[in-house]
Design a protein around this ligand. Structure first.
Ligand code: A3P
Length: 325
């Protein structure tokens, strides 16, 4: 597993700083996220400042290969699950031996790095691609519009995972509280709902993020597979097989499907030693990626008014595009 060196197509090269593209952050609209940190609006979406720089570098420098696979999602929509499933699928074999299971060696976010926060970020970690002799398997939370041309124009495939907005919001609320408000009361849920609905949210607006990938997947179904977390939960065999076929690695038999689903099940991943401690992403404990993984958990938290606020937005933003959750 080689380190990213300056000669790697993924590594930021100091001479290629895209100054002509890089607007001063001060010129961008700024907002306070959860009364805790500044986020900036760039290309219609809201980001932490270091992610904007990373996104610009990614867009300028990254050369996608035709056999690369890019997983994409906004936050808390099942990224960890998709990374795990895709890793198993791309390995295209199911080892019986525990030692051969890549998921037992490191957290899925180590094996499938999120490009803007783990490779091009100023806080870059020593991420190693799992094997450069095989296709790159990478991930991004960035919106479709800002992806590099080489990703859009090559044969590199994209798998996008979406989740219903109410569960996404509740998952985000738990996650952000655990990261940003350790030893404090949780952030008021009403305010979190307002942030989410106004779009002033990390990688927000959520609805536009989902719709961009959805529309692109409708235009180019060979290029982008759009899957829903809920479908994967209710009909896992069908949908994981769809992913495998899309990636050109169809399962040979049902046993293989069952094996991959078992390896990637929430209960199993949560209880692997590599996920019970440590941190692949700075300040983000590996444990924080695994919670309940239920569809409809929002019912335990949202008031009818909050529910209606989000439903109303879903009707306006999703339904015209034929998107339903
Ligand atoms: P909940 O907070 O609703 O439990 P992401 O990976 O994009 O950060 O999304 C996190 C959500 O996916 C969390 O949802 C988490 O519990 C769930 N999740 C993580 N691993 C999963 C898996 N293997 N299967 C199903 N859901 C999973």
């Amino acid at each position: 597993m080689p380190n990213l060196t300056p000669s790697s197509p993924l590594a930021p090269t100091p001479t290629q700083t895209p100054n002509n593209e890089e607007k001063s952050l001060n010129e961008l609209p700024k907002a306070r996220f959860w009364e805790a940190m500044d986020i900036f609006q760039w290309e219609g979406f809201w980001f932490e400042p270091n992610l904007i720089k990373a996104a610009i570098t990614f867009r300028s420098n990254f050369q996608a290969r035709d056999d690369d696979v890019l997983l994409a999602s906004t936050m808390k929509t099942g990224t960890t699950w998709l990374k795990s499933l895709s890793l198993c699928i791309m390995q295209n074999k199911t080892h019986q031996k525990y030692e051969d299971d890549i998921l037992t060696t490191q957290n899925p976010h180590f094996h499938v790095p999120t490009i803007e926060s783990m490779i091009y970020s100023t806080k870059a970690l020593q991420v190693k691609l799992y094997d450069t002799s095989t296709p790159h398997l990478l991930h991004t939370h960035l919106p479709y519009a800002v992806l590099p041309d080489s990703v859009k124009n090559s044969n590199c495939k994209i798998v996008y995972i979406a989740r219903n907005p109410k569960d996404t919001l509740i998952s985000m609320w738990h996650f952000s509280n655990s990261i940003m408000r350790k030893n404090q009361d949780p952030f008021a849920l009403e305010k979190a709902v307002d942030c989410f609905c106004s779009g002033v949210d990390q990688y927000g607006p959520f609805f536009e993020h989902v719709v961009e990938y959805w529309q692109e997947s409708q235009k180019r179904p060979q290029k982008i597979l759009f899957i829903k977390y809920e479908e994967l939960k209710t009909d896992p065999k069908v949908h994981v097989s769809k992913i495998a076929e899309f990636l050109g690695r169809p399962f040979e038999d049902e046993k293989e499907v069952d094996e991959v689903l078992w390896r990637c099940s929430l209960e199993r991943l949560k209880n692997l030693d590599v996920n019970k401690s440590g941190s692949v992403l700075l300040n983000v404990p590996n444990t924080s990626f695994f919670r309940k993984g239920e569809v409809g958990d929002w019912k335990n938290y949202l008031t009818p008014d909050m529910e209606e606020q989000i439903n109303q937005l879903s009707r306006v933003k999703f339904e015209p595009f034929g998107l339903f959750f």
